[in-house]
Design a protein around this ligand. Structure first.
Ligand code: ADP
Ligand code: MG
Length: 548
């Protein structure tokens, strides 16, 4: 059959580009099956899509490489990176991702069988088929790539170490609740990145992380053995320090700590609770019937803030909505950096309180809510705040960064703390979403696309996702769109299900097949997103309607 494909491509050489469509379907090679899933209609359209199935007896993956879901994901990720390297300079493309190890459609392992999804720009001379080049790609480069992915051809020690690293990261994250921690940063970790546009570790001048003794926690991991590091306890953690001393860098690492990182990244053993959500102000976002009553009351406009909608939120109301929505989706750990907050939602100092009395100020600052949030709802907060000491009053622990080095200054901060009366924090109301308002179709077809890391096109809507700090992979943006479609079309929304219940049901659907359960009929790359980013995108969908 592979000879038949080669012959077919040679025969097509020079004929009109549209003839490529006739390739659609299965082609069996000695070692694998190639499926041509979708062919582009002209050379300038998005790449064609093909998939490759390598049977278990050819792949020869040892059981240990895929017997658990974690090792299966890690090995798949290792293979996709290996394939990416093998395809350098080819027209075939595989979605290999960045520093995070994620569940991606580009490579899946099922019972030892390896499934790859690739793109290819079918070659042409103008609008004529370039059959020779196509033959080289599909009948030479592709089988070469498959050869390179067989276990005997791989560096088995490196592949196993890759999966061990990911398994350690997951084991560490799983231990956090038992240890009473929301996050852990291993000694020796490298947190800073090479630049604002490169997620690779900083080289040379990076100061490796070293925990203060009083906050040092030791954990035993399946492969790395005993590791020590900073244990960030549940409750309210304040990160202070002068400008440029590394506060935001630490918080960024915690944001990413919900994901696993590749060996050599420097953040392999920097982990946060899987449900940790970065919170920021986001002036201009729309809000649809979100309960921000805990933060905002008695607006001069008379609006009901427990059922609050706006086309264009202010800094403070947008941040309040972001918190309420993260809690609604189930987060129990909030990550906040003063650099991206609305100051008037965070603090109100004593002098301002004397000038502007309580009943004239609609905002309850977060500093009065953070303790009840913890006490009554079990939600922890990690907060970077270098500009105000108000949070000394409520912090359970205070870490000071000095020259990128953390120190425990809890006792000194406590000496400077004042009495503070907490406000009440009533859990935000749970909403039921109208599934008809979540429509992926445009002109009769499903339309889910993205523009860079900025915009998710969902049906007729464009969703601004720039401010979702924990969307880290372009494929996750498509994954979010596919998840929204499944929520709506799969009957998960509505039916009196709250949004949180719908997200639970979605996660249940994904349990067996993982990310590929999202992709029905979708020809392209996508990656598994978290429920918090799915909820966040839904909340930014202009057509969204809330039933109650
Ligand atoms: P802050 O938020 O305290 O003002 P940042 O986290 O933005 O500080 O860090 C300031 C600069 O220091 C950044 O350019 C960052 O890359 C660098 N940096 C942070 N941590 C380290 C480290 N451990 N070693 C070397 N450079 C670092
Ligand atoms: Mg900063």
């Amino acid at each position: 059959d592979d000879a038949r494909l080669a012959e077919e491509l040679r025969r097509m050489d020079g004929s009109s580009y549209g003839r490529y469509k006739s390739l659609t379907g299965d082609w069996s090679f000695p070692d694998f099956t190639l499926t041509v899933d979708r062919v582009q209609s002209d050379p300038f359209a998005p790449p064609s899509r093909v998939s490759v199935r390598i049977p278990a007896d050819v792949a020869e993956l040892p059981d240990s490489a895929w017997h658990s879901p974690v090792r299966r994901r890690a090995t798949a990720d290792y293979l996709v990176r290996r394939a990416y390297r093998e395809l350098k300079g080819a027209r075939l493309r595989i979605d290999a991702g960045g520093q995070e190890v994620l569940d991606r459609a580009a490579c899946q392992i099922r019972d030892g069988e390896v499934l790859l999804r690739l793109g290819i720009e079918m070659p042409g001379h103008g609008r004529r088929i370039d059959g020779r080049t196509a033959e080289r790609e599909l009948c030479e480069r592709l089988p070469d790539m498959v050869d390179a992915l067989r276990w005997p051809a791989l560096d088995a020690a490196e592949a196993a170490a890759f999966a061990d690293t990911v398994e350690d990261t997951c084991a560490l994250r799983d231990r956090l609740p038992d240890l009473g921690l929301v996050a852990f940063v291993a000694d020796g970790s490298v947190l800073p990145r090479r630049s604002g546009v490169s997620d690779l570790p900083m080289q040379g001048s990076a100061v490796p992380f070293r925990s203060p003794e009083s906050m040092r926690v030791s954990v035993s991991l399946p492969h790395a053995g005993e590791v020590s590091g900073l244990g960030i306890a549940e409750g309210i953690t304040l990160i202070v320090g002068g400008g440029f001393h590394g506060k935001s860098t630490l918080l960024h690492a915690l944001e990413r700590g919900v994901y696993d990182h590749v060996p050599g990244d420097g953040r392999e053993l920097v982990v946060s609770r899987a449900d940790a959500v970065k919170i920021r102000a986001e002036e201009g976002r729309q809000v649809e019937r979100t309960d921000i009553g805990a933060f905002v009351r008695n607006l001069p406009t008379g609006a009901d803030t427990s059922d609050f909608s706006t086309e264009n939120a202010s800094g403070s109301t947008s941040q309040a909505a972001n918190i309420a929505e993260a809690l609604e989706a189930g987060s129990t750990a909030l990550l906040i950096d003063e650099d991206t907050t609305a100051t008037n939602l965070m603090i109100r100092d004593a002098r301002m309180q004397r000038l502007v009395h309580g009943d004239r100020e609609p905002l309850t600052p977060f500093v009065d809510l953070v303790r009840p949030l913890r006490r009554d709802h079990g939600v922890s907060t990690v907060l970077v705040m270098g500009g105000s000491g108000d949070y000394f009053d409520v912090a359970d622990q205070v870490v000071m960064l000095d020259g990128y080095r953390p120190y425990d200054v809890t006792d000194r901060a406590r000496e400077l703390a004042a009495e503070r009366t907490d406000a009440d924090f009533a859990a935000p109301a749970a909403r039921v979403i109208d599934p008809r308002s979540v429509d992926a179709t445009a002109r009769g077809r499903s339309r889910i696309k993205r523009r860079d890391m900025d915009v998710l096109t969902f049906g007729e809507n464009e969703i601004d996702v720039r401010n979702l700090a924990q969307l880290v992979d372009s494929g996750q943006i498509i994954g979010v769109g596919l998840a929204m479609r499944l929520l709506a079309e799969g009957g998960l929304l509505g039916d009196d299900r709250t949004l949180a219940e719908a997200l639970d049901a979605l996660e249940e659907r994904l349990e067996g097949d993982g990310v590929t359960a999202l992709g029905r009929g979708y020809a392209g790359d996508y990656v598994l997103p978290r429920r918090y980013e799915i909820a966040a995108a839904l909340n930014r969908l202009r057509s969204l309607r809330v039933l109650r």
